[in-house]
Write a protein that binds this ligand. Structure first.
Ligand code: CP
Length: 315
């Protein structure tokens, strides 16, 4: 594998999940693979899980790790070409990226949707510039439209906990005070479309995801109907795609509560974290024995390590 930007890059999802199970059982088996190799993790946005789990994954593979927070301590970066740089941005991304490529063997990038231009976000302008100009393998640590390492960890968690071959998985929109990107739900839909699971997306009107991510999938605007008989409930907020980046609703009737979970088949609860309690999910649901949010976060190390291992094997 050269670059990793989408879960769809796994030609064989089952084989990828088996590879992840091997990594989980044998976390230090490939220490020689990363010896004298450097992972540079570049963050344009905040992170807890991705930052720590990817560092741990790289260290488990014997790699050296460098972390750059672009907005804290680095020069402020201009990302648009043709701009007269007479403002507060001292360096252009087009120099910064190849320089970073000189110092690293593999580069991870976190660059969220900015909600300034749907076209710029959905063409992955920042991530693709790293691919084009760094000269090094690049993997997404959440870009504008996808969060594939999260999806890989989510799918591994479902695989580990499912009680039937074809579980019913419901991804439901839930309220949030701020506009959040569509990367996690897009990516989760992309991943679930690669399975034969009974998968339903529930969201209010105006919140349908981009058609490229929902083609052939079941989408409903009735959350209660979707939750009936669910084995897994994956809650997430996202801003509107149609009215790009807008918050159209904060309807608390979409919060995942004990009453909502009672509609399910004693479903497991999933969320990528961080989560706003009593907006997205009630305290009692996230603290219940059916909540998998911590094992899901733990699997982020496994997901990152499996992908980094595949990249290192092809260096
Ligand atoms: N789920 C996730 O990516 O968490 P962070 O934003 O904390 O990295």
């Amino acid at each position: 594998m050269r670059h990793f930007t989408s879960i769809k890059q796994f030609d064989d999802l089952k084989a990828a999940l088996e590879a992840a199970k091997y990594v989980k059982a044998n976390p230090f088996a490939d220490q020689a693979l990363g010896k004298n190799k450097t992972a540079l993790l570049v963050f344009f946005n905040n992170s807890l899980r991705t930052r720590l789990s990817t560092q741990k994954a790289a260290m488990n593979l014997g790699m050296n790790v460098m972390v750059l927070d672009v907005n804290q301590g680095a020069w402020k970066l201009e990302t648009e070409r043709g701009v007269v740089m007479d403002g507060d941005k001292s360096e252009h991304l087009l120099e910064a990226i190849p320089v970073m490529g000189c110092y690293a063997d593999v580069i991870g990038v976190r660059s969220f949707a900015r909600f300034e231009s749907r076209e710029d976000d959905y063409t992955e302008k920042i991530l693709n510039q790293f691919i084009q100009y760094s000269g090094k393998p690049v993997f997404s640590m959440e870009a504008a439209t996808r969060h594939p390492l999260q999806t890989f960890a989510d799918m591994l968690t479902i695989e580990e906990h499912k009680k039937t071959a074809r579980p019913k998985v419901v991804m439901t929109w839930a309220p949030h005070p701020k506009a959040l990107p569509q990367a996690v739900p897009n990516s989760f839909a992309e991943g679930l479309s690669m399975t034969d699971y009974d998968f339903v997306i529930a969201n209010p009107e105006g919140y349908d995801l981009a058609p490229e991510f929902t083609k052939g999938l079941r989408v409903t605007h009735n959350q209660d109907e979707a939750l009936e008989g669910a084995d897994f409930v994956y809650a997430k907020n996202w801003a509107s795609y149609e009215q790009y980046g807008q918050v159209l609703s904060k309807d608390m009737n979409w919060t995942v509560t004990k009453e909502k979970m009672a509609l399910t088949n004693n479903a497991f609860f999933l969320h990528c974290l961080p989560v706003r309690r009593n907006m997205i999910v009630s305290d009692d649901v996230i603290e219940s024995p059916q909540s998998l949010v911590i094992p899901e976060a733990a699997n982020r190390v496994v997901a990152a390590q499996t992908v980094l291992k595949m990249i290192l094997q092809d260096l």
